[in-house]
Design a protein around this ligand. Sequence first.
Ligand code: PLP
Length: 444
Amino acid sequence: MPESAAFRDDRAHVFHSWSAQRALAPAVVAGGEGAWFWDEAGRRYLDFSSQLVNLNLGHQHPTVVRAIQEQAATLCTVAPTFANPARSEAARLIAEIAPGDLRHVFFTNGGTEANEHAVRMARHTTGRHKILAAYRSYHGATTGSITLTGDPRRWPNEPAMPGVVRFFGPYAYRSAFHASSEEQEGERALAHLEEVFTLEGAHTIAAVILEPVVGTNGILVPPDGYLRGVRELCDRHGVLLIADEVMSGFGRCGEWFAVDRWGVVPDLITFAKGVNSGYVPLGGVVLGPRVYETFAQAPYPGGLTYSGHPLACAAAVAAITVMRDEQVNATVRRLGEEVVRPRLAKLQERHPSVGEVRGLGLFWAIELVRDRDTREMLVPYNASGAAAAPMAEVAAACKERGLWPFTHFNRVHVVPPCVTSAEDLALGLDILDDALDAADRYYT
Ligand code: PLP
């Protein structure tokens, strides 16, 4: 097929995220419906990426599309100083589903801004400056959030925000603590965090920020008791807990928020993506009383022109309502346990290169290795170019068979829309099964 105008203009003028620009050849996406999308040549793909783990309700959900159209016909924008029905209702719905006593919402345009503001709120509230952030985390690409980020995307952007101190979260498969069980990993990770508090001086720490279930860095589900332990540790020292639920929230884990699974109530929750399935950019911070009261009399020194944008909020109202009425969380839990977990276990039996499978809800990782005993990664940490070829081959094998995968370093993440049918899930996992032969060829 000859190059289309869309492709030519893209290559001539669009500067893409995170990429060397010259060699890019992005697929030109023409449309989508539910768990599927198609390119301009009509080639259809089952979307096992949810467009950066964003599109929880799938492509073109009619209720959300209609809500945006109706809001656009009524009022496209209004400054954040005003009240507006879409914004008010979105805030109320989010407050209703938020855990514990988190009742107020500060809206942003996405996840990274939410984390920037959460950090500022925490610093103002406590009068302290240090923020503890985990290795193997992603918190966004603006200056503060990229500093919080505990993966290689931070390196070329350093130095950035001062006051960020790093700690290890639990990751039993590659334990930093030489733990031999999930339980021990959780206990040792907590003891380690407590030691970081001591060595840094707990009275200098404003907040701990963490992804309750780590997303891009490996779908790391914490051992039971870990998050509760972090909460208690923070409480003992007057430190705020910020849960970054940008990826894990709004159905991805089969809960409104991942923390709900362990009954933990953070001081601040940051969200984006699934709040309206990314149909219009929206994120935000949900505030608990301690932070809210700090700004009840004194002004909060921060804001955004687009905070609580009516189109984005109308989409959020529709998306949350659909999720609630159609009980999407329960469906995600069932699909995760009844379809994904057993089939991934089979993949692990069949493919020597599958070192570990882990996850919950529709949030899973397949970790690929060259050797199960040594756990040598199929491609090295932060591999690119020729070093990343085995993963590129797995991704290409998926795409040839009509599956759009999400790959990161030595992992394939299984993160389809929350509305994917059991049949499509099974189809996608069958395709993955075939595609993983490409990884097995590198097994030593
Ligand atoms: N936090 C987490 C956990 C994320 O996964 C992401 C994006 O993937 C972000 C923050 C940044 O969100 P955004 O890209 O909307 O700025």
